[in-house]
Design a protein around this ligand. Sequence first.
Ligand code: S3P
Length: 178
Amino acid sequence: MNNQPEQILHNIFLIGFMGSGKTTVCGCLHKMYGMEVVEMDSMISKQEGMSISDIFTEHGEEYFRALETELLAGLRDQNNIVVSCGGGTPMRENNVALMKKSGRIVLLTARPETIYERVRHSHDRPLLENNMNVPYIAELMEKRREKYEAAADLIVETDGKKAAAICGEIMQKITSQM
Ligand code: S3P
């Protein structure tokens, strides 16, 4: 069933560190509110015909970052979508400006230990591939914190919470800000 509150016509951009729950929460917002999902990493991977790790290896990080910006620019005229951004997407000011134009930016947070537990078996996160440990995650997260927080219209902590509760919290905060 589509429970989408009538007044939520804009898009939602989920940002946050790798493993902060963006993809899971996207799926949940789709189920609970009928929002269409855009998974940036999957779209880029499909478009390029290779994994994110292979894009980094073959073309380099800057090439990948340009694809992220191109993808966001292409979403400008969409409505009622929830976008799961890559963890590094909000590091570029231009990307944040593009997101602000068409929706609300929601930052999902989690403790480094929680992130580690969620991503430790993943092999499609090139930035963590040789750095899969809590101190590295904590350090990179700290480096990014200022930009994440500056970009966010609202912040939701995810530690110990179920996806449905996080979705409810997002919607409640968005509607209370209107
Ligand atoms: C990245 C996060 C990844 C992916 C790429 C780079 C980052 O996405 O875009 O590996 O810079 O934090 P997830 O946050 O979905 O893992």
